[in-house]
Design a protein around this ligand. Structure first.
Ligand code: NAP
Length: 288
């Protein structure tokens, strides 16, 4: 990976941090994209210390803010003239419905609109740098998701992470299904450009996910299930594989788990919904 420039969002903790570490070990230039300077600096120092790779950069971006994403993309392009790998890893879930200052439901903003817009803003650079790769971190919970094109913001029906229902987390699952469908549609749209787009399910991983969901009962629940979870290091293996392996250099529009191609739920392959979701997202983001 020497000479390759890789962006990993949400790389100050969990799967993202281990992905950054794995790619830094391989010699890549790794750009940590995080929302908090201090947490980011800590991760950056740790990765440099463990890998002896000094090419670990830190840039700030709040994925729930479309303004912040546009600002970040400009900053990145001013600093770098190529981008080989974009890992849309950052994700979050919330107990209560919250709306961002820009008017977007927060889970949708972080898990779906953010990666959609970030990819859109960086696509010209990825094409210029081809062969290049886009990797989206979805979840096995996407199979519980639904795409309601009339209620993408979950205004009519919000079910967050409540005790005992956290594992279903419908709004989270919906956004992860959207990310999956976005990947399949994107792969078709960039076909022939030298850019690949794949999605992955990391497994059930012991990370900070859910800890900040705002519900004491769900954080207790997350502690209880810890013995069933795999390490963040293990959870990052598929992201690292998709970012670096020659085996997948020409593979696009697929989903992976445990470094193997897997099929996803039937709804995820509905090309009509994929297209309508894409168009609707573009209008929401003012890109149409
Ligand atoms: N853990 C699992 O079992 C599991 C299973 C399936 C899929 N996933 C997915 O894997 C990805 C990584 O999650 P993880 O399990 O490693 O959890 P994590 O340790 O909580 O990491 C999530 C990362 O996303 C960042 N993030 C959250 N909101 C953000 C925002 N508004 N702007 C920028 N960054 C933001 C977090 O930053 P802060 O530290 O600042 O909050 C953190 O760095 C997520 O997309 C998650 O949905 C996880």
């Amino acid at each position: 990976m020497k000479g390759k420039i890789c962006i990993i969002t949400g790389s100050n903790s969990g799967i993202g941090k281990q992905t950054a570490l794995g790619l830094a070990i391989m010699g890549a230039t790794v750009v940590l994209v995080v929302r908090d300077q201090e947490r980011g600096e800590n991760a950056r120092r740790e990765i440099i210390k463990q890998t002896s790779n000094n090419s670990v950069d830190l840039l700030i971006c709040d994925l729930s803010s479309m303004d912040s994403i546009r600002h970040f993309a400009k900053e990145f392009k001013n600093k770098y003239d190529r981008l080989d790998v974009l890992v849309n890893n950052a994700g979050a879930l919330f107990n209560k419905r919250e709306v961002t200052a820009e008017g977007f439901e927060r889970t949708l903003a972080v898990n779906y609109l953010g990666p959609f817009l970030l990819t859109h803003e960086l696509l010209d650079l990825l094409k210029k740098s081809a062969p290049s790769r886009i990797i989206n971190v979805s979840s096995g919970l996407a199979k519980n998701g639904r795409v309601d094109l009339e209620d993408l913001q979950s205004e009519k029906n919000y079910v967050g992470t409540k005790a005992y229902s956290s594992m279903r987390a419908p709004v989270y699952s919906n956004t992860k299904l959207m990310l999956m469908m976005f990947t399949y549609e994107l792969a078709r749209r960039v076909k022939g450009s030298g850019v690949t787009a794949n999605v992955l399910m990391p497994g059930f991983v012991a990370t900070n996910l859910g800890k900040n969901s705002g519900s004491l009962s769900s954080s207790i629940m997350f502690k209880m299930v810890r013995p069933m979870q795999i390490s963040a290091n293990k959870g990052a293996e598929t992201s690292i594989y998709l970012a670096s392996s020659d085996e997948v250099k020409d593979v696009s529009g697929k989903c992976f788990a445990k470094k193997k191609e897997v099929l996803t739920c039937l709804e995820s392959y509905d090309e009509d919904v994929q297209k309508r979701l894409w168009n609707k997202t573009e209008s929401m983001l003012g890109l149409a």
